[in-house]
Write a protein that binds this ligand. Structure first.
Ligand SMILES: NC(=O)C1=CN([C@@H]2O[C@H](COP(=O)(O)OP(=O)(O)OC[C@H]3O[C@@H](n4cnc5c(N)ncnc54)[C@H](OP(=O)(O)O)[C@@H]3O)[C@@H](O)[C@H]2O)C=CC1
Ligand SMILES: CC(=O)N[C@@H](CCC(=O)OP(=O)(O)O)C(=O)O
Length: 339
């Protein structure tokens, strides 16, 4: 058994962490923190999670005594919290962007402020960094768009087949967190599709960092907000190196099947089948499919994840399972939904 604490537990990813961890046979939740809801029962904020006996607390960080601590806090806040939590001797899994970059100059350029708590971390995408995650003290859980994009291209980057990838992603509104904003206000998103940060989203350099570990592929990324609550659908328009001009869809699909054959949470769609948001909703799976190539040589790959699960809390628990030597799928076995 491990003792687990969640900082920022009143937010959406905090709620999802608790939902999964309550069913994890190796975990005891010892602390769920919130600055606003000190001493308030869990279900007053997350009404789905009832009769758990858990209450939020605004405990001092150095009074937290846990083996694993999840920081489900915004970027800029995590960097102020994580160093002190590591000093307690716990292993930390941070869900924000604060520890995802190998080069802090890139972080400061894209996030627009100084990083004040620099510490080495392992990028928590198990399908690429499983070995390093097992030995880490600090795991930087990937961004939601990034997870869907990277996994849709990783096998081809690893095989050094890619010239260029253009990721076009559509996200549900829970991706922007629990606090309402003008861009998440219902009349602004309902019946609408809103592109934003079309050439300047901070997930672009994160995708570039990870795919760039294997080849010199060029990456572009554009996000859109769509009127759904959960889910990210990414259409990856890929352009292969000239020597692969004659390759067919089936060969591409075989490369993906081979790369991901032992991955418990990656499912490759059958020929002609498209990933869909509803099929992964609430689950830690990523569905990858399409693999069609048009007359101009554009290869189209589509991925679907739940932004709050494989894109955040589920992936964070997968990382905890790796850190603790548990079965990788422990607590995360649930399928998505249909419809
Ligand atoms: N939503 C998503 O789909 C994804 C989110 N992420 C990342 O995960 C992290 C959490 O996201 P999410 O749960 O959506 O965010 P939310 O805004 O829903 O929740 C964050 C919680 O953190 C607490 N918090 C806010 N500011 C501070 C601070 N300065 N110090 C301490 N606690 C603070 C708040 O709780 P209180 O005020 O009660 O203390 C708040 O409820 C973020 O870094 C986000 O970027 C990553 C992937 C996907
Ligand atoms: C719909 C929406 O607003 N999504 C968020 C990304 C959520 C996420 O993964 O955030 P971090 O990388 O900051 O952890 C955004 O575009 O900023």
């Amino acid at each position: 058994m491990v003792d687990v604490a969640i900082i920022g537990a009143s937010g959406y990813t905090g709620g999802e962490l608790i939902r999964f961890l309550l069913n994890h046979p190796e975990v005891e939740i010892t602390d769920i923190t919130s600055r606003k809801y000190d001493n308030i029962p869990l279900h007053k904020v997350h009404p789905n999670l009832r009769d758990t006996g858990l209450k939020f607390s605004n405990k001092k960080l150095n009074d937290i005594n846990a083996d694993i601590i999840f920081t489900a806090t915004p970027h800029g806040a995590s960097m102020k919290i994580v160093p002190e939590l590591l000093d307690t001797g716990a292993k930390v899994i941070d869900l924000s962007g604060d520890y995802r970059f190998n080069d802090y100059n890139i972080y400061e350029k894209w996030y627009g402020f100084k990083h004040t708590g620099k510490i080495d971390a392992v990028y928590g995408l198990p399908e690429i960094h499983r070995k390093e995650i097992k030995k880490a003290k600090l795991v930087a859980n990937p961004g939601c768009f990034t997870t869907g994009s990277i996994l849709s291209a990783f096998p081809l980057s690893k095989a050094k087949m890619l010239n260029r990838c253009i990721f076009d992603s559509k996200s549900g509104v829970s991706g922007s967190g629990i606090k309402p904003t003008e861009s998440s206000h219902y009349p602004n998103i309902g019946d609408n599709i809103n592109p934003y940060k079309v050439t300047s989203h901070r997930h672009m350099p994160e995708i570039q960092q990870e795919l760039g570990l294997f080849s010199d592929v060029k990456v572009s990324f554009t996000p859109h907000l769509v009127p759904v609550i959960r889910g990210i659908l990414t259409t990856n328009h890929s352009f292969l190196k000239d020597e692969y001009n004659d390759i067919g869809s089936e060969e591409i699909r075989d490369i993906y099947l081979k790369q991901y054959k032992d991955e418990p949470f990656v499912k490759i769609m059958d020929e002609g089948e498209m990933p869909r948001l509803s099929s992964v909703r609430g689950s830690n799976y990523i569905h990858i499919g399409c693999f069609e190539i048009d007359e101009t040589g554009r290869l189209v790959i589509v991925s679907a994840i739940d932004n709050l699960v494989k894109g955040a809390s589920g992936q964070a628990i997968h990382n905890m399972n790796l850190l603790c030597g548990f079965d990788e799928t422990e607590g995360l076995e649930a399928y998505g939904m249909h419809p």
